[in-house]
Structure formats: C-alpha cells, structure tokens
Design a protein around this ligand. Structure first.
Ligand code: BGC
Length: 765
C-alpha cells in the first residue's frame, strides 16, 4: 500500500501543483481547492476532461483483471471519472492503481455504489425505515452503511432516494420515505448526515451522498416506472421538493437526475430544474450525475440523437454521464461545432474534481482502500445488533384483535408461507452488497427464539405466485424461491402442519424483487394462490397471525376483515428474521407507523392524507352521496391512514393545549399534549402534529404533518409532549412561488395518526 502510494506521488508529482504534493489536497479552504483544481485543469487535454465526466458500468471486475478489462484500458487512458457497483476492496484497489499510476495525470477515480439501505448489514428498505419515524435510527443506519461500504473501497453512495410517492403501484415506493414532504425532508437530512458524517470527509468512513432521483420520479403516471411526470409548479414546491432541498441544504455532495420528464423536458436536460432551482434557488454546489443511461434514453424521449441530447444535458447542468457514453462520445464534436462551449465543459469537470478533492482523494487516492478495515467493520456484531433493533421499529401492527400478539413461547407454532424459509428475500430490493449466506430465515429465527420452550412447525403452503412466469419476474438476482410441487400438494402439506399446531403464523406477501426498480404492479392485493392458503388456514379455526412482507402499501381489505392479527413487516433487512421474532414473541412492542396511506382498493390510487378539499367534499368514511366528491362503490377513506400503527400497549392522549391562540410573524406558540401509556407493556409512541391553513391565496391541504416525536413510555408512565409552532411551519409556496405565511386562521391537530386528532384553532396576526 505504502509503496503504491509513493509510486503514485513519484509518477504524478511533476504534474501536480506543489500545494498538493506538499500539504495534501483536502486540507485548505475553497481558495486552496480552487487553485489546485485550476492548476490541474490547465494541464488537462479535452479528452482527459471529458473522461472525468464519464461514469461507465463496471461489470464488476475481478482482481488482477483491471488492466486487461475494457474499463482498465479506459482508466489508463484517462477516459473515466469513476466506476460503480464493484464489490471488493482488492478489485477497487487494482483499478485505482491503474488510475493513479498509469493514467497521464494520475487523477483518482470515484467508486460509487447503490448502498441504499446498508452494505452487508442490511437495514429495512427505506419505506420501512421511514416507518420508524426515528431520525437517530435513520442516521445510524446510514452511518453504519458508510462505515461498511468505505471499508470496502466505496467513497460515494447513490443514496438517499427521497422521491415522494403517493402511488403504491410504483415499485420504487419501497426505496423512498413515503408520501409526506416534512417527514421525507427529515429523513433526507438524517441520511446525508449519516453518510457524510460531521467531519467534511476528514475521516475515511465518511462517504459522499447522492440525493436522487431529481426530480419527482415518484409521481409517474399510472404508477408505471419511468413514465411521464407532469404537475403544477406549486405542487412540486409544496408537496414534492422539500426532501431534495433538505438534502442539498444538508450538504449532499451530489445529486442524481431522474428518468422522467418534467414540464415536457426530461429531468436530465431540464435546465430550470438542474440549474435554476437546484443551484440557483437552493445553492447546491456539488455535482450532478445522470441516472443509468438517462442521456441515451432521451433519444427515445424524442429529444434528438446522442450528440444532441448529450449537449442538452451538459447545458442544463448535468456534470457526469452514467453509462450512456454521450459526454465521452460526442461532446468533443459538439465543441468543435459550437453546440457547447468550453466553459460549460470546464464547469462540469471542475465539479467532479472538486468532489474528489473534498473527499481527500488527491491527498490519498487509497484513503478509502484499506483492506484491513473490512473484517472488523463489515457485518460486525455491533452493526447487526443495530440493524435488528432498527428493524423492530419499522414494523407496523395493523390489527391485533383480542391481543393475539404477542405469542407466548409454548405449544406448537406453525410457521407457514412462501416467505417463511427464504433468507435471500429478507433484505429487500437494492441490497447489492448483501451476502445472503450470512442471513437467517424467519423459520430459523423462530426456532432460535423459542428454544425448547415451544415447537416451531413449518410448511411452505404456496408459491409466491401460481404463475411461474410471474414468480420468475419477482424473484430475480439470486432470490429464486419456487417450489416445484403443485398448488394442491403445497396446500395439503400446510393444512397437515396447521392441524398439529396451536397457533398459525402466516408469512405472506411479496418477494424482495416484487417491488423496487421496474416492479410496478396493477394489482396490489395478496397473490391469489397465497390468498387461498390464508383462507384455508383461517378455516382451521385456529388463531392466525399474518406477517405481510411488502415493498409498498398493499391492499389488505379482505385480510383486515378476516385475519385477527396483521403485522406489516416490509423487508426488514439482513436481521429481519430475528427482529420479527423479537416482536412476535413480545420482546419488543411494535411501534412503526405508516408513512404511506394504505388504500382499500387500487382504484383509490393516488391516495394521500394531505390532499386538498374539493368544492363538494364529503366525510371520508361516509357512503356514496350523489354530486359529492366520492366513489359509488367505495368510501374515500383509506383502509389504514398515514401515520397509523398499533402497539401492544395503548396510549391515551389528553390535555391538548396551545400556549396562546394568537401568534405574530416573529413569534411562536407551543402545542402540548399529555401522552399516557395505559397498557401493560413498555413501548414507544410516535406523537404527531398537523396544521391546517384555513384560508389561503391558493388552496391549502386539509392537514399537513409539521412535527413528530418518538417517545418511550414505560407501562403506566405519562409524558407531556411539546411542539413549537413557528411562522416557518406555516409557510408555503404561493402562486408566484414565493415562500410565505399568510395571516389568518389555522388549526393545530395532535394525535397518534393523521385521523385520530384533537383540534385547536389559532390565528396568525
Ligand atoms: C437506478 C438508480 C441507481 C442506478 C445505478 C438506476 O437504474 O434508477 O437508482 O442508482 O441505476 O445503479
């Protein structure tokens, strides 16, 4: 390692500005960085500059082959700025060595990866993580992910994914924090802080975040992935932009463009978005990378040929081209033809070099490449304990009639279902660095949890889907789970096992890859074959607990009526098995609350709590009324609202008060409520504050989340919870897109979810 470093300095020293060779590129302030980048850029050929803008696919190179691979050759020629999704510190070291020792200027590479919810220690999918409403936990998960990934050579993660989503058909609902901009912004801040640390990349476990997908990717028409997005600017600013803005303000080093169009222009070529909003309004000073082949895809969008779309992307404010080979392949010609200018290319190159400088890669290109770190950092006992604890916080108890849950460890427990015995399907989508062999199945976790106090019986019961083709689509990337037996054989076996049991736990739902990228669904109920199994299990008359594995809010209207207990477990990560056992057997009381509304039927989608009133409103849970805004065949109310989730204990809310019923634009008032745990279990509760602006210059939502606190209360304990309501919280983007608060009447609402709320009015003077 040391030798290589010396060799690097030796080869490159003559080309390096003195400041770098003597005192290190990372140390100084902006002036020092600028001088360093200026000098480096003055030595770069156009080809080398365009190389910095190039982020090709790596095809995961194996050790020793870096030089002979196509990527290795390109790196040696200075035609690559970074590579991504290579797992293994040795492979990364090989490639970095080629960059710093064999390319003319020795500019180090960025090594990126989709470390979206953990590296080998996998945390709940982001949707599940958001249901913790626990920002410390969110930050911890990102911190651990950064520590693990950086010890494997990664210095840049394509996370956080902060796209607001109101449509559970969209498979990537799993990757974001749900439907609410206030909560989404808090999560974005916590994730950026967790990845990047407090230290400005001083330490080699602080990696660069990439806020994605900018922008509005979570609102595709029909919930179909990559589809068109079109919405008013007021809606963008008020309902979708907050998490991106929060990510930028938290100092995220990079942003990723989205695949969709915005106002008829693909995000990757949308100057208003990338330059006016992101840099101009929000002051973002990092770099912008495209999503995978997004430049190339603009040909299909109908924006021109590769040369044209590449020029459009650059001029809009895109700095780095992921995989499309548009910048590398065409910008030289565009420059010659006057379709772009050198200033535009230089601005992008500068931003990439600045990122490398800020990460400290010029000072030490091997900073993140320390093979001795991995063994103690990756999947350490401490990390997996955190992952287990955090996963328990993400589960949402939807129903628990007669306190079926928690189960006692006694007698015979039948664990039945396609998700019961598959370790590979516990982590959820986007777990590229996961190591399935190290994870436990739910079945193993249950057996371990009960020891010899009870017996756990198992049967698969059904496949994921009766149709093998459909199941193949939903179990890709080494997560196959198909059983060759017929539906009847599987069911018969399950019923034989159930007959011997005292209680049945049904592990049902989606596989890991039934959600995530390119996994949109039009039917979001339990697959028919699993539904038949569930019906048959219920017909035994034994108590049934349903564990719903899901990467999106699923429609469970039938289940909510017929199954006594439902625990929504999302995909809990590498430690999901143990975490589910902790909750099912009562070691931990469930405390997660929904961050996306659960519809009654897919026909209600898009459905979200912070909607406008219509001019013909009706009560959400009332039946059809002619000429009122509703459906003939369904109430407007969802099955379970935003913010909803039960516990093994019950919480009582009382004494809701406001410190004043008037506030001024430079004042604030305090809302307080007393929360009492009046059940038998120590447990956590998530207390929520909503506000409503009664009259506005534009229509305002019926309520908006403006505060939340996760508190722990012992059985019998009471606590006063306070929220400060400031004018800032009353602000919104008006028709002119000015961020203002307007004097008048407001409502403050406090409670355990977005429906069960105590309400008090106040006035802004
Ligand atoms: C996804 C991104 C991801 C990128 C790189 C794309 O297909 O949309 O979220 O970061 O691939 O793997």
């Amino acid at each position: 390692m040391k030798l290589r470093k010396l060799a690097y300095y030796f080869v490159a020293a003559s080309l390096m500005p003195l400041s770098l060779a003597s005192c290190g590129g990372q140390k100084g302030g902006d002036a020092e960085m600028n001088a360093f980048v200026d000098e480096l850029m003055s030595k770069m050929t156009l080809e080398e500059k365009l190389g910095q803008l190039n982020l090709p696919a790596s095809d995961d190179i194996t050790t020793g082959q870096a030089k002979s691979s196509n990527i290795g050759t390109m790196v040696a020629e200075g035609k690559v700025g970074g590579v991504f999704n290579i797992k293994g510190v040795e492979k990364i070291r090989d490639l970095q060595r080629v960059a710093v020792e064999e390319s003319r200027l020795g500019i180090p590479l960025l090594f990126g990866m989709d470390v979206v919810h953990g590296y080998e220690t996998v945390f709940p999918i982001p949707l599940g993580l958001s249901c913790t409403w626990d920002m410390e936990a969110v930050e911890t998960s990102a911190r651990i992910a950064a520590r693990e990934a950086s010890s494997a050579g990664i210095c840049w993660t394509f996370s956080p994914m902060v796209d607001i989503c109101r449509d559970p058909r969209w498979g990537r609902a799993s990757e974001g924090s749900g439907e609410d901009p206030f909560l989404g912004a808090a999560v974005a801040r916590a994730m950026v802080k967790g990845y990047q640390g407090d230290d400005n990349f001083k330490s080699n476990d602080e990696i660069m975040a990439c806020v994605k997908h900018f922008a509005l990717y979570g609102a595709p028409e029909g919930g179909r992935d990559y589809n068109t997005v079109d919405m008013s600017r007021q809606r963008m600013f008020n309902e979708y932009f907050a998490p991106y803005k929060a990510g930028a303000e938290a100092g995220a080093g990079s942003f990723m463009t989205s695949f969709n169009t915005i106002d008829g222009i693909p995000a990757t070529a949308n100057k208003w978005l990338l330059t006016d909003v992101l840099r101009g309004m929000w002051g973002f000073d990092g770099f912008v990378v495209t999503d995978y082949t997004a430049i190339l895809e603009m040909i299909d969008h109908g924006m021109g040929d590769l040369q044209q779309v590449s020029a459009l992307a650059l001029k809009a404010g895109t700095d780095m081209d992921m995989v499309a080979d548009g910048f590398n392949g065409t910008l030289a010609q565009s420059l010659e033809e006057g379709k772009v200018n050198l200033g535009q290319i230089d601005a992008a190159v500068r931003r990439i070099l600045e990122a490398k400088y800020k990460l400290g890669l010029f000072e030490d290109p091997y900073k993140y490449i320390d093979p001795s770190r991995g063994e103690k950092e990756i999947y350490s006992q401490a990390n997996l304990e955190e992952a287990r604890r955090i996963a328990t916080e993400s589960f949402v108890l939807l129903k628990n009639d007669n306190n079926v849950l928690p189960l006692q460890k006694k007698g015979k427990i039948a664990l039945i279902g396609p998700l019961a015995n598959t370790a590979a399907n516990m982590p959820g989508t986007w777990s590229v660095a996961a190591n399935f062999e190290r994870y436990k199945t739910l079945y193993d976790a249950f057996k371990e949890a009960v020891g010899d106090e009870a017996e756990v019986l198992y049967a698969k019961g059904s496949n994921l889907e009766a149709d093998p083709e459909l199941e193949a689509y939903a179990t890709m990337f080494g997560r196959e789970m198909r059983d060759p037996r017929s539906e009847k054989e599987l069911l018969d076996e399950a019923l034989r096992v159930a007959a011997r049991a005292d209680v049945i736990v049904a592990a049902l739902g989606e596989s890991s890859e039934y959600s995530g990228e390119s996994s949109s669904r039009t039917i979001i109920t339990l697959p028919e074959t699993q539904h038949k199994l569930l019906e048959a299990l219920l017909a035994t008359g034994k108590p049934v607990v349903m564990l719903n594995f899901a990467g999106r809010p699923t429609v469970m209207t039938w289940e909510a009526e017929h199954v006594p207990a439902i625990l929504n477990v999302w995909f809990g990560g590498s430690e999901a098995g143990d975490a589910i056992a902790d909750v099912v057997f009562g070691k931990v009381s469930p405390s997660g609350k929904l961050t996306m509304t659960m519809p009654r039927s897919v026909g209600q989608v898009p459905i979200y709590y912070n909607h406008f009133n219509t001019g013909r409103p009706k009560a959400d849970d009332s039946k059809f009324e002619k000429f009122r805004s509703g459906y003939i065949d369904s109430p407007n109310a969802p099955l379970y609202p935003f913010g909803y989730g039960l516990s093994y204990t019950t919480f009582d809310y009382s004494d809701f008060t406001l410190s004043a019923d008037e506030m001024t634009e430079d004042g604030s008032i305090t809302a307080s409520v007393v929360v009492t745990n009046n059940g038998k279990y120590d447990a956590d509760e998530i207390v929520q504050l909503y506000l409503r602006d009664m009259v506005g210059s534009s229509v305002r939502p019926v309520k908006e989340l403006k505060g939340f606190q996760r508190i722990s209360l012992r059985a019998g304990e009471s606590r006063k919870v306070e929220f400060e309501i400031t004018p800032e919280l009353l602000k919104f983007y008006n028709y002119e897109l000015e961020f203002v608060c307007e004097p008048g009447e407001f409502l403050a609402m406090v409670g355990p979810d977005s429906e069960r709320l105590s309400v008090l009015p106040f006035t802004l003077k």
